[in-house]
Structures are given as structure tokens and as C-alpha cells.
Design a binder for this molecule. Structure first.
Ligand SMILES: Cc1cc2nc3c(=O)[nH]c(=O)nc-3n(C[C@H](O)[C@H](O)[C@H](O)COP(=O)(O)O)c2cc1C
Length: 353
């Protein structure tokens, strides 16, 4: 059952057009005296204490079903090319049936020195978390939150109790950093605050606007999602919420339909430490193959560099100091929630390095 579901998820992503989160309310200011050169822009960043060569990585997608070893192999080849981290899909299947481990282990085989993120549900035990990390010699563990998806699946879980307690236990007991991620419905400031308190090193807001598992599961079950299709916090807002809710050293990752150079730059400028890419690399790799996917991602990287040069930002840290004007519904939301939008608009270009 689980294996068929995973294959159908991939088929759905391939059939549907790529869905982009709407960042149009977030406006960057042109810097007419940028003082930078595009060729000298540096794209390195740090997430959960790990050094990334580029400010994006491949987010959790798959493993544990027919054809997924090949998909993970191709994704791993591209991640190795860019020296960016790659997360595998939920390893629950392989914990239950070790014959499926190969579809995940292929990632470590392909990237012996790469950064790899293990992945399980936030409902997992510490013992399961350790086994998932060991399976891949993983550098971090992602724990995913997916209540809306479970709710729509006829066979899905209905009991979401104990997640925060589990997360705390896993965070305290595991040697590698824990990243808690949503799966397309976003996070609010309050829960990000609780996750930071629980000791997670990074939260990935994975907001609404990209892959939508309510639509996917409703489609699989043969009914229309109706009003539920609008459920969730849009990615730019989830990011702003997370930045308000975070405390201590927790890093915020932006994902959920962040597929273009401009939306990546806006996410980083708002304060994300990095961007997670889900459907985009999957589609590119399956439709066009690894080489073409690498070329398309290189174009995105060039785009990021161009925007950074135009803003006068030489590094990803510089980007966090460029002014942003937050308009429209996004601005209204911030005001309604009592979060200051003007602090982004009043940033001072002149303090860039
Ligand atoms: C086919 C597919 C399978 C996924 N499987 C997982 C998973 O096993 N674990 C997980 O944490 N997230 C999973 N996700 C969610 C992604 O990691 C990501 O949070 C979500 O797709 C939003 O990002 P996107 O809009 O860039 O796709 C999956 C996404 C897709 C498209």
C-alpha cells in the first residue's frame, strides 16, 4: 500500500505543472550603486551547523518503492555535482522491511562525502531515528510533520498526539542535528518557538504554494479537496512567521514552491538560511535527465548571483541586510498578527560588507 502510494505521488508531480509560491508581495529594492561584481558573489551558507556550498538543497522526496533507487541515484548525482545536501524520503518503509534499504543507501553510495539528511515522521521513536541515521551515515535527521496529508488519506493517521514529546526525545538522544519540516502547509510563529525550545537545530517551513498533498491525496482517493485545498500558510508568510517565532540559534529553511532565482533570493533576504527544493529537481531529473537538470539548476544559480550583484550583496549574509518592502495581503497579515513589517523596509544598504 505504502509503496504504491509513493509511486503515485511521483506520477502526480510529473503530470501536474510545477507550482510556484507567490512572492509578489515581497519587493526588493534596486540598488543603483551596487558596488559588487556578479563573478565575486559567494553563495555558501550554514544550516544546522553544516556548511553548504550553495544556498539550496534537495528536499525529502522518495525511497522504498519500485523505481525509487534509480530516482535517488539520479538526484544524488546532481547533488554531488553541486556539493549540496540531499534528503531522502521517509525511511519508515525500510525500517519495516530491510530489503528496501538499498533504495535509500544508494544516496550514500553515490555521495560518499556528501551531506545527507535522513527522514522520518515526527511520530518516530528515538530507536527508529537512530536506525534511520545509521542506515545512511546521515549528517542530519529531518522529522516531518504532515497532519493535513494524513487527514485526507482514507487510510491515514488521525492521532497527532505526542509529536512534540517525540521530537524533544529524538533531539536530546541523537548525535546529529535534527531539522523539523512541514510538508507543504507551513508553520506559525508559535510552533516554531516550541520547536526551537525542543532543541531542533533548524525548521523547514515548507509552506503552501508548491506541492500540495491535500490535492494529491484527494485525487488518489477519487474526491475533490473542496475548501480544504486552501488550507495552510503560504510559504512567504510561513517564513515570516518562523522568523518571528524563532529563538536561540535555530535556522529557518524556506521551502514549498520556492523554484525561481528571485523567490530564492527573496527567501534568503527575508532571513532563511537556505532553500529546500522538492518537486523542481524531481521533475527536472525525471523529465530531462541528470545533465539537463544540472544545466537548468546552473541557470538558477546564475540568476541568484545576478540578483545578489544588483542588490550589492556579496554574500548570503549580506542579503539579510538588504531592504524589502512587504505589501498586499502579506503585509496585512503581518500587521494583523502584530509583527513589524517596517523592520524589513528600514534595513540599510549602506551596512553591506
Ligand atoms: C513525490 C514527493 C514525495 C515526498 N515525500 C516526502 C517524504 O517522504 N518526507 C518528507 O519529509 N517530505 C516529503 N515530501 C515533501 C517535500 O520534501 C516538500 O516539503 C514539499 O514537496 C514542498 O516543497 P516543493 O513545493 O518544493 O515540492 C515529498 C514531496 C514530493 C513531491
Amino acid at each position: 500500500m505504502r509503496s504504491r502510494r509513493k509511486v503515485e505521488h511521483i506520477q502526480h508531480v510529473l503530470q501536474e505543472p510545477l507550482s510556484n509560491a507567490d512572492f509578489s508581495d515581497i519587493r526588493l529594492l534596486h540598488n543603483c550603486l551596487p558596488g559588487t561584481s556578479g563573478s565575486r558573489v559567494e553563495l555558501g551558507t550554514k544550516v544546522a551547523g553544516l556548511d553548504l556550498a550553495l544556498p539550496f538543497f534537495f528536499n525529502a522526496l522518495t525511497g522504498g518503492a519500485a523505481g525509487t533507487e534509480e530516482i535517488n541515484h539520479k538526484l544524488a548525482l546532481a547533488s554531488r555535482h553541486f556539493r549540496i545536501p540531499m534528503a531522502v524520503g521517509s525511511q519508515k518503509a525500510a525500517l519495516e522491511d530491510p530489503s528496501l534499504e538499498g533504495s535509500y543507501r544508494i544516496v550514500r553510495k553515490t555521495c560518499p562525502d556528501g551531506l545527507i539528511f535522513a527522514n522520518l515522521s515526527a511520530g518516530c521513536s528515538l530507536e527508529e531515528a537512530r536506525r534511520a541515521v545509521d542506515m545512511l551515515e546521515a549528517d542530519a535527521l529531518q522529522l516531518h510533520l504532515n497532519a493535513p496529508q494524513e487527514m485526507v488519506m482514507p487510510e491515514g493517521d488521525r492521532d497527532f498526539g505526542g509529536w512534540l514529546r517525540n521530537i524533544t526525545e529524538v533531539t536530546e538522544g541523537l548525535k546529529v542535528p535534527v531539522i523539523v519540516k512541514e510538508t507543504g502547509f507551513g508553520m506559525a510563529a508559535e510552533q516554531v518557538g516550541m520547536l526551537a525550545q525542543a532543541g531542533v537545530k533548524a525548521v523547514d517551513v515548507s509552506g503552501r504554494g508548491g506541492t500540495n498533498f491535500i490535492n494529491i491525496e484527494a485525487g488518489r482517493a477519487g474526491f475533490a479537496a473542496g475548501e480544504l485545498a486552501d488550507w495552510g500558510i503560504p510559504t512567504p508568510l510561513a517564513l515570516l512567521e518562523a522568523l518571528e517565532g524563532k529563538s536561540g540559534t535555530v535556522d529557518i529553511i524556506a521551502s514549498g514552491g520556492v523554484n525561481t532565482s528571485l523567490s530564492m533570493v527573496k527567501s534568503l533576504a527575508l532571513g532563511a538560511a537556505a532553500v529546500g527544493l522538492g518537486a523542481l529537481p524531481l521533475k527536472l531529473i525525471l523529465r530531462e535527465g541528470v545533465d539537463r537538470a544540472v544545466k537548468e539548476l546552473e541557470e538558477i544559480i546564475e540568476g541568484i548571483k545576478k540578483y545578489m550583484a544588483l542588490l550589492g550583496a556579496r554574500t548570503v549574509t549580506d542579503l539579510k541586510q538588504v531592504p524589502l518592502v512587504i505589501l498586499g495581503e502579506t503585509g496585512e497579515w503581518l500587521r494583523a498578527r502584530g509583527f513589524p513589517a517596517h523592520k524589513y523596509a528600514r534595513r540599510d544598504f549602506r551596512q553591506l560588507s
